[in-house]
Design a protein around this ligand. Structure first.
Ligand code: BES
Ligand code: ZN
Ligand code: ZN
Length: 514
């Protein structure tokens, strides 16, 4: 999809459109505000839209595709009292999906029309570009037989504005890159489990690094995992005929001595539950249990491509969790990298087990901040629903506040959940240092229990954790195709963008904060 910026009135550009977005601001007791886009239409179509509003009396929040008499052939009329960022996002996604289904080639959007609602053209350009690309993506096109004439696709989006083209172009280019990274992440996450095993994840990371440039990738195979003492990753991988890997990506865009941000993502290419086998209905979608790892791989891609002035490390322990005669067992005691032992209370709580090795290992990179991201618990979905990921930060309110704010800015929403000393007590083991389920057997607060387990292995680091199980797959009303949403990429990129200017405020004294 091509994005073209028009900085002056351009009637030819309007004639080339197949559909124009026409937002109309409804005001109580006052006439509606018709913006720039509306102003570009011929009188006859303006009257037509006014009549439509008068006769049909559509309410705020409603939008509709209407055929016009003159160019462009169609308008997408959207009415609302205010066009907030969220509304713009949903409108753009809806418009692009309609345009794709209708076979429209060129879509027109007047960026400045949203400034009345307080969203400035540059930000609108970012939101439009990013969400147009996210809404256009459909994984089904990769495996379904294509129709003879090929899959329908929108050719381009014309962006109209009175603002400086350079400014708008910068926002568009950045958003294009981020959306591309998110869509790559979705493709990797959506891959069927027989087509993507741990080594496939490693291969994806290598390919990513070749495309992005400026990154190094190192992969530990089972031999290396053994010699390093990464027995937690090995334990979970034992039941599968496809051996586990640890993927280590490094990007150095900052000063050589500067502490990196570390992203650690769960890469379970299929989670059957292991010997604690999941029932069929819970096993559905478990090929996406590597979504956290996929997010780390493609966040690193975007960060490298954007040449951000920071250092970053991405770690992805990749395993397949399968039942077999070789599987790790309930009651096993495993010694993770660094020596801390864990009792296996349930083989289906495998994500935290593999992350333990990765979190201990990441300490060798001396990170300023470490964030884990994982489709870790069903409990996070019970607690939060499916709109936001769980955010866990212990004892650092400024960091927690910042990480919460990033959710809104990036479009990857998060919500704080508790991570306390009591939670950490819950996972102290009976026979080992820790246990991968709650010691009391309680299922309550399972997302916090999992986070607390990770926290034991993250001791001594500035640490935050995202449980992205709630955001693994798209909701039906999100105007995105079925399957993976690519949560985490936009979030990490936003963090990386802000990192240099915020880190000092967030990472001072580890112990003194509550
Ligand atoms: N991968 C699952 C969690 C999950 C469930 C992610 C649904 C996305 C959607 C994880 O490995 C798991 O099985 N967790 C268990 C933990 C329990 C055994 C303590 C769970 O949530 O039931
Ligand atoms: Zn599991
Ligand atoms: Zn899992």
């Amino acid at each position: 999809m091509k994005f073209t910026i028009h900085t002056r009135l351009n009637t030819t550009a309007i004639k080339n459109l197949d559909v124009l977005l026409v937002p109309v601001v409804l005001q109580e007791q006052k006439p509606a505000v018709f913006g720039e886009a509306f102003g570009q239409l011929e009188k006859i179509d303006q009257l037509f839209i006014k009549n439509y509003i008068k006769s049909k009396a559509p309410k705020a929040g409603e939008s509709r595709l209407l055929a016009t008499n003159k160019a462009p052939g169609h308008v997408f009329v959207a009415l609302d009292t205010e066009f907030t960022e969220k509304k713009i996002v949903m409108l753009v996604r809806k418009l692009v999906r309609i345009a794709k289904a209708e076979g429209f080639k060129e879509v027109g959007i007047y960026l400045d029309d949203f400034e009345k609602s307080g969203v400035f053209a540059e930000r609108v350009a970012h939101l439009v570009t990013e969400n147009a690309l996210l809404a256009h993506y459909d994984f089904a096109e990769q495996f379904k037989t294509a129709p003879k004439e090929g899959w329908k696709s929108v050719g381009g989006i014309s962006l109209f504005t009175y603002h400086d083209a350079k400014l708008i172009q910068a926002a568009v280019s950045e958003a294009e890159l981020i959306a591309e990274a998110v869509n790559h992440c979705r493709t990797l996450a959506n891959m069927p489990p027989s087509d993507l095993k741990p080594e496939g994840m490693a291969e994806a990371a290598r390919t990513m690094a070749k495309q992005a440039k400026g990154l190094t990738v190192e992969v530990f195979d089972e031999k290396k995992l053994k010699s390093e003492g990464m027995n937690a990753i090995l334990a979970v991988g034992m039941g599968s005929s496809s051996a586990p890997r640890l993927i280590i990506m490094e990007y150095k865009g900052g000063k050589s001595k500067e502490a990196p941000i570390a992203f650690v993502g769960k890469g379970v290419t299929f989670d059957s539950g292991g010997l604690n086998l999941k029932p069929g209905e819970h096993m559905a979608d478990m090929h996406m249990d590597m979504s956290g790892g996929a997010a780390v791989i493609y966040a690193m891609y975007a960060i490298a491509k954007m040449k951000l002035p920071i250092n970053a490390v991405g770690l992805v322990p990749a395993v397949e969790n399968m039942p077999s005669g070789f599987s790790y067992r309930q009651g096993d005691i495993v010694k993770a990298y660094g020596g801390k032992t864990m009792e296996i209370g349930n083989t289906d709580a495998e994500g935290r087990v593999i992350l333990a090795d990765a979190l201990e290992y990441v300490k060798t990179k001396k990170p300023g901040l470490t964030i884990s991201i994982a489709t870790l618990t069903g409990a996070a979905m019970v607690a939060l629903g499916t709109r936001m990921s769980g955010l866990f930060v212990k004892n650092n309110k400024p960091l927690r506040d910042k990480l919460e704010e990033l959710g809104a800015v990036s479009g990857d929403a998060v919500w704080p959940l508790p991570l306390t000393e009591e939670n950490e007590k819950e996972v102290e083991g009976n026979f080992a240092d820790v246990i991968n389920t709650s010691k009391s057997g309680s299922r309550y607060g399972g997302a916090s229990t999992a986070a607390a387990f990770l926290s034991h292995y993250a001791k001594g680091m500035n640490f935050a954790h995202l449980d992205m199980a709630p955001r693994m797959v798209a909701n039906a009303d999100e105007e995105l195709s079925r399957g993976a949403v690519g949560f985490g990429v936009r979030y990490f990129v936003e963090l990386a963008k802000q990192w240099d200017s915020v880190k000092e405020k967030l990472l001072t004294d580890l112990s003194a904060r509550t």
